[in-house]
Design a protein around this ligand. Sequence first.
Ligand code: PLP
Length: 448
Amino acid sequence: MSNPLSSLEVIALTKKHNYGTWRKQKNWNPSHLLSADGCYFTDGDGKRFLDFSSQLMCMNLGHNNPAVIQSIQDQASTLAYAAPFYATTARAELSKLLLDVLPPGMTKFFFTTSGTDANEAAFKIARMYTGKTKIISRYRSYHGSTSSSIAATGDPRRWPIEPSGKGHGVIFSPEVNCYKCPIRHTYPQCGIACADYLEHMIANEGDVAAVLVEPVVGTNGVLIPPPEYFPKLRKICDDHGVLLIADEVMSGWGRTGKWFAIDNWGVQPDILTTAKGITSAYVPLGLCATTQKIADFFEENYFAHGHTYEAHPMTLAPAIATIHKMQRLGLIDRANEMGAYLGEKLHALKASHPSIGNVRGLGLFWAVELVKDQQAKRPFNTWQEKLDGKPILVEQIAARMLSKGVVMQAWMSHFVLAPPLIVEKAQIDEAVAALDEALILADALLEA
Ligand code: PLP
């Protein structure tokens, strides 16, 4: 066997021959991730990091879980692959288990290999089922990087591809953001005007197949709608014969203190998509789940969709192990318990940092939003600066935390805090202390 590569060689080869995602390539400086356990990972220099974003908000069980690893090994030695038109034991067992954890009414499943292709399936199913074309999405949203999903993404990650790849039939609505309402209303006096506006859009657009939402918006800032929003949206969709698609790629799997974020409002979507936490990201698996009513439609109508890797047994077995492990460890309750502790700490942090405009969260899904001034709530940076590769304050703060051994996701003007659901109080203390120290960079830049 050849000598193992040094960390420097690993980094150099990776950077030379691979594309770094979502950035100018000259600005990609990957570190060498060598091993990981629980809430920590270790780099090539032996330095240990607290992973307070569960990698990409996906390793809800934490790193190196023996039961999930065992399930992959067992499946590999039994049946490594089956074409999608076969029934397999893993497929049957997972389908049965999903009925226990998905929102009621979700009974028919299409398995994919990522969140973006779960959404591609959802859009096609919605269009085939309704015979209509348009999808209403929101500006502050992310739904994936493939053609239709990036076209349905509201945030400016769609800008560089939009001139040539404009998706047909996607229209954007204002996001539900009670901290900084884009239609300048104040909750609760607004009477949920954002939902009324959406109804106005449906009525005037015509040909709307579906409304697409992240029930709790993820990367774009952990935006949590008020209690009346989802019941009202459900009624609007029903009144207009429009499907409700819940994109739970990030917000699912216990992240918000329920199995799925939409469960916080007791509302049933027509289609639910998910990925990430479904296997705790140990293998790539996505899911597009529909109601029986939609399933029945395809008994007599051609289901025009499929992939070679649909329902790949190697991806399904670890999903079964992940769900069982989450149930055994009581991780939904734990997300609520630890989330309440994290929330208390973050609210206390806000009191001592004038650069924090807002703190919000559900379960173990929190955002800390920075502003230049509390009144106008102006951000420190613009999207154009980010796309141009200019320095972004929250990224500089995240780099300072990283140097102290804490990894936290920074995005435009906020941090997303999403540790593994097995996180302990001491680790929450460690992360909040790192943020407390690093926020000096923002406080120093405040406008008088
Ligand atoms: N939808 C949401 C809400 C997401 O957060 C993401 C990824 O972060 C996606 C879809 C795309 O998932 P994937 O990266 O697995 O394609």
